[in-house]
Ligand binder design. Structure first.
Ligand SMILES: Cc1cc2nc3c(=O)[nH]c(=O)nc-3n(C[C@H](O)[C@H](O)[C@H](O)COP(=O)(O)O)c2cc1C
Length: 249
C-alpha cells in the first residue's frame, strides 16, 4: 500500500519539478529502442471492420451530444451493427496517421507524447455477424482479432463487483495499458499522463455512443485480477485500466 501523501504526489506535477534537470533519465534518452506501437498483429483470422462513416449517426450536433451525454446503465437486448462498432472503435482509438519510421501514431484522441499506451479489448455479446467472445482491436488495420469465443457475461459482471448491467451490454470495452510505451519516454512521470489519456478515450466513447443512439457507462469499480484473468492480461506489463459497456437503451 501507499500513503495518502504518496497518492497526492502521484497526481500532482511535483515529480516534473524535481526530475526535469540534467540528470533526467529515461530509456529513450539512454538510447533504448522504442517499444512497438501496438501488440503483435496475427497473420490470419482478422475480422475487418467496415470503414467508419458518419452516415449512421442519429445526432450530428456537437452541442446536443455534449448536453445529452450521460451514463446509461439499462441496455435492451437489441444487437448493434458492425458499422456502429466500427464507428466507436475509430472514435476511441482510430489511427489517423503513422509517423515516419513508426515513431508514433496520431489518433482520434490525444495522448501525452503521442505514446498511446492502450490496447482495446472487447467482450462482444450482441454484435450482428460477430460471434460472442473476446476480441482485441487491431487499430493499424481497423480490424478485430479473436482472443477467445465464449460467454463471459456472468464472470465479467462478477469481476465488476456484481454490476449486472455490464454483462447485459451488447459489447463491453476494456482498455488495457502497456505502461512501458509511456515509461520509455517519461520514466516515472508516466503514471499521471496515462490516466489523463484514458479519460479522453472514454469521453470519446460517450460522445460517439450518444451520436449513434447507444448508451455507455464508465466503470472504474472492477477487480483488477479478475478482469485481467478474463482478458488474458499478465497484470504487470499489461493490465486493465478502464471499462465501459455499450448497448442500445
Ligand atoms: C472514472 C469513473 C469511474 C466510474 N465508475 C463507475 C462504476 O464503476 N459504476 C457505475 O455505475 N458508474 C461509474 N461511473 C459513472 C459515474 O457514476 C457517472 O459519470 C456520474 O454519476 C455522473 O453521471 P453522468 O455520467 O450521467 O453525468 C464512473 C465514472 C468515471 C468517470
Amino acid at each position: 500500500m501507499y500513503t495518502r501523501e504518496e497518492g497526492r504526489y502521484f497526481i500532482s506535477n511535483r515529480l516534473w519539478d524535481e526530475e526535469l534537470d540534467d540528470s533526467y533519465s529515461s530509456d529513450q534518452r539512454n538510447g533504448k529502442p522504442q517499444p512497438p506501437l501496438e501488440k503483435p498483429v496475427p497473420e490470419s483470422d482478422l475480422i475487418t471492420l467496415p470503414h467508419y462513416s458518419k452516415a449512421i449517426l442519429v445526432d450530428k450536433d456537437i452541442t446536443s451530444l455534449i448536453l445529452n451525454r450521460k451514463s446509461r446503465r439499462l441496455f435492451s437486448d437489441e444487437e448493434i451493427a458492425p458499422e456502429a462498432l466500427s464507428y466507436i472503435l475509430w472514435a476511441t482509438q482510430g489511427i489517423k496517421k503513422i509517423m515516419p519510421n513508426n515513431y508514433a501514431t496520431l489518433r482520434t484522441v490525444p495522448s501525452a507524447g503521442a505514446r498511446h499506451p492502450f490496447e482495446t479489448y472487447l467482450y462482444v455479446r450482441r454484435v450482428t455477424g460477430i460471434a460472442q467472445g473476446i476480441y482485441r482491436y487491431v487499430s493499424s488495420k481497423h480490424s478485430l482479432c479473436l482472443v477467445e469465443t465464449g460467454d463471459y457475461s456472468t464472470s465479467l459482471s462478477e469481476a465488476c463487483f456484481d454490476q449486472d448491467f455490464v454483462g447485459k451490454s451488447a459489447v463491453t470495452f476494456v482498455w488495457s495499458v502497456i505502461p512501458y510505451r509511456t515509461e520509455w519516454r517519461y520514466n516515472l512521470n508516466s503514471y499521471k499522463p496515462i490516466l489523463l489519456d484514458a479519460g479522453h478515450v472514454c469521453q470519446n466513447l460517450y460522445l460517439a455512443c450518444e451520436a449513434l443512439g447507444l448508451g455507455t457507462c464508465a466503470i472504474g469499480a472492477y477487480s483488477n485480477s479478475k478482469v485481467n484473468s478474463i482478458f488474458q492480461l499478465d497484470g504487470t506489463e499489461e493490465f486493465a485500466i478502464y471499462i465501459s459497456p455499450v448497448g442500445r437503451y
